[in-house]
Ligand binder design. Structure first.
Ligand code: ADP
Ligand code: ZN
Length: 722
């Protein structure tokens, strides 16, 4: 090939043609360096007929490619996935392919670092410092800095030892191989029910064909153990597995369980990796050596060489939806990747999304059920506390019944979890004298008080301010009052009620890394925590056998927004958090504080009749033509200049095409009318399922022009309606 079409990593551009210089070999998928103006950009060689440009450049005017990276070409299945994702989510293909090349240092070819260890000749006479260093280093190996720290001496001491030959340098390949998981290391004794499900999944892996399967099992039924058997089969076949988790905080407990089952940890992929770790993981994934990779949604686009299985755990989680950059839903893209790679996809959940249940109903996905908890564990009993009939004491948030249950739990030396999906101390702070409310200067949102850090914070843009002593408006002193509870306030209440109890607040403010999550798990297991007060971060995944009481502080909170999935999400979240109770030998109890115990979703939670709830929800969606029976796309127009944003939004609204089976609502100011200093307007497109709404939107917006300071983003299958 003397001419190559290249997808350069510049989202503003489509594929560009280049000349392949003499002696350079490229094929579709090759990662290359291409000139663009005065710059050099990474790119990927694509099929020559992908998105042909109008202006064909003659062969003699093409610029030559500069280099080819020493990594395997991106496979055809991944290239098809990139094309599908770009077309479906109306995103520039370059933005999608950028997620595949998520480690630029990985593209730089083999590399080594110099490490040091004791060796060579040890002189007869040593200073006390040098002697201490050698004694403490022992058989350790590392960078100079690391050895100095380990030996508690200065870097200069180590360098001196290198000079005199007591410490020697060794070149280390930074891409050292990963250990290979052993499918026979620690297989569990599965129950009959688990065995049946596992056998089906193992057969699907062996068949090497596309097969999406919903693994629908109640919390604690052993879904993880069951899909581990499918992973074991993929490992035996030498094929790769991706496990997607909704939250990086869940990675750590997963690594531990995986280690127990397979004798070593899988490759972890998340935003917390250092650049060398990222490089090592990327290269092992691309070479096929990394047999099992666990990660957040970004792990989905990596260039697995030889994919045999995809698992999406807690598949109903809305955090699989990416809300910036490419607005994709990792669960849906995972299924498409399975299709292109011809491998099975397992969606594991105790509370499957209505979208997924519908695919099962249509016969497109298989379904495996695990209706009972493993072993002697029973599902917890669930009871509502009517906040109108049995309100908490004045100025408190926990009703007497829940407080009594907490007391009994502590007496039995068991653990309790209080769930409230609100970080910080209070969601709103106001001045008792003049009524001043603290609002974020950049967003249409109240500032949330965080007492632990003594700050007011905006949860939308991250803006923070110290809590002032004077009201900024009326200048009175000490007049600020906190309105409503956040987790920190609940923790204060619990501490006041039970001064001896060890209380931990668990939110993204306190658990921001896998290491922090591991620390929390360790403390729970050691009995170092009696009561956890947490946000949705603690609702899923964790398995604490001694946790027997769960209290939902405000079950109505999730229904407030009132968007399309509010009831479903509330049901899922409370079912999940309830699922943390009574996972061991001891029975669990759940109390749900609500103002409307008769609401359908509350009744479904109490009776445990998930099917009735899902049926009613599904019918309502069908009547409304809402997903999965119809399709939405949101168009958000934003700018720092309000008039400009408004004008463009009106232009978009005015030019909406008249298409049978499609309606356009808006523009209207978004509920979050200002975000990070940008004014926002929304339009909502509602279309029949069969309509190629992406095509319509592409033509529609493609024909419009707007000022450079205006941003127009399209969110296909939106989950956020703010
Ligand atoms: P789920 O993911 O469905 O909530 P898990 O896979 O976390 O359930 O299993 C719940 C608990 O039961 C875990 O501690 C798990 O190790 C244990 N468990 C499940 N199945 C088995 C089994 N067959 N043998 C031993 N322990 C099991
Ligand atoms: Zn803000």
């Amino acid at each position: 090939m003397s001419r190559a079409r290249v997808l350069v990593l510049n989202s503003a551009l489509g594929p560009l043609d280049y000349r392949v210089p003499h002696g350079m070999a490229v094929e579709p998928g090759s990662v290359v360096v291409a000139p663009l103006g005065p710059r050099q950009l990474l790119g990927v060689v694509w099929e020559p007929d992908y998105m042909p440009s109008d202006a064909e450049v003659g062969d003699n005017r093409l610029r030559p490619l500069l280099a080819v990276a020493d990594v395997p070409p991106l496979g055809a299945a991944l290239r098809r996935l990139v094309e599908w994702t770009a077309a479906y989510y109306l995103a520039p293909p370059a933005s999608v392919v950028r997620m595949s090349l998520a480690s630029t240092s990985a593209l730089e070819g083999a590399r080594t670092v110099t490490e040091y260890r004791i060796g060579g000749t040890i002189p007869a006479r040593l200073t006390p410092q040098r002697e201490q260093a050698l004694a403490r280093i022992g058989d350790r190996q590392g960078l100079i800095r690391e050895l100095a720290t380990a030996a508690d001496v200065s870097d200069a001491v180590i360098r001196g030892l290198v000079k005199c030959g007591a410490i020697e340098a060794v070149e280390v390949d930074i891409d050292s191989p990963y250990p290979r998981p052993d499918p026979a290391f620690g297989p569990p004794m599965l129950s009959d029910q688990q065995r049946d499900a596992a056998d089906t999944l193992v057969a699907a892996v062996a068949a090497r064909a596309f097969q999406p399967t919903l693994l629908d099992g109640v919390t604690g039924s052993g879904k993880t153990e069951v899909y581990f058997e499918a992973i074991a089969e993929a490992i035996r076949a030498g094929r790769q597995t991706i496990v997607l988790l909704p939250e990086i905080a869940l990675t750590e407990p997963f690594l531990k369980r995986f280690h127990d089952r397979f004798g070593c940890e899988p490759v972890a992929w998340h935003s917390g990796l250092r650049s060398t770790q990222r490089r090592r993981a990327w290269r092992a994934i691309a070479s096929g050596e990394a047999l099992v990779t666990v990660g957040a949604r970004s792990a989905l686009f990596l260039p697995y060489r030889n994919l045999g299985l995809i698992v999406v755990d807690e598949a109903h989680e809305t955090s699989f939806k990416q809300e910036d950059g490419v607005h994709y839903h990792a669960r849906d893209v995972a299924v498409m990747r399975g299709k292109f790679e011809a491998c099975p996809v397992i969606l594991a959940s105790a509370t499957p999304a209505i979208e997924t249940r519908q695919q099962v109903a249509l016969g497109r996905y298989a379904e495996l059920k695990l209706p009972a908890r493993f072993g002697s564990a029973e599902l917890p009993t669930i009871e509502a506390i009517d906040l109108i009939e049995h309100p908490p004491e004045r100025g408190r948030w926990l009703a007497p019944k829940l407080v009594a249950a907490l007391g009994e739990t502590l007496e039995r030396r068991e653990q309790a979890l209080l769930f409230l999906n609100r970080r910080g101390y209070a969601p709103l702070t106001l001045c008792r004298t003049c009524g001043h409310r603290f609002q974020c200067p950049n967003c249409t949102a109240w500032m949330v008080e965080h007492r632990l850090t003594r700050r007011l914070a905006c949860h939308h843009c991250g803006h923070i301010e110290p809590v002032p002593r004077l009201c900024p408006e009326c200048k009175n002193e000490d007049t600020l009052v906190a309105c409503g509870p956040g987790v920190e306030r609940i923790a204060d209440e619990v501490t006041a009620l039970f001064p001896a109890a060890k209380v931990a607040v668990v939110t993204s403010d306190t658990i921001w890394s896998p290491a922090k999550a591991a620390e929390f798990v360790g403390r729970m297991e050691a009995g170092d925590i009696d009561i956890v007060v947490g946000t949705q971060l603690v609702t899923k995944g964790y398995h604490f056998p001694n946790l027997t009481l769960v209290g939902v502080v405000d079950a109505d909170l999730g229904l407030e927004g009132g968007d399309l999935r509010a009831a479903e999400r509330t049901f899922q979240q409370i079912r999940q958090v309830s699922g943390r109770a009574g996972r061991g030998e001891k029975p669990g109890h759940v109390y749900i504080q609500t103002h409307s115990p008769k609401a359908q979703v509350m009744r479904a939670l109490i009776t445990g009749d998930a099917d009735a709830f899902y049926e009613a929800e599904t019918d309502a969606r069908k009547d409304a033509g809402a997903p999965p029976f119809g399709r939405y796309a949101a168009i958000v127009v934003s700018s720092e200049d309000q008039a400009c944003a408004n004008d463009t939004a009106k232009l978009v609204g005015r030019t909406a095409p008249l298409v049978d089976g499609m309606a356009v609502y808006g523009p209207a100011p978004a509920p979050l009318a200002m975000l990070r200093g940008r004014h926002r307007y929304r339009l909502l497109v509602h279309a029949r399922r069969a309509l190629d709404v992406q095509d319509v939107i592409r033509d529609w917006l493609g024909a419009l022009d707007w000022p450079a300071k205006v941003r127009v983003t399209v969110d296909v299958d939106p989950y956020s309606f703010l």
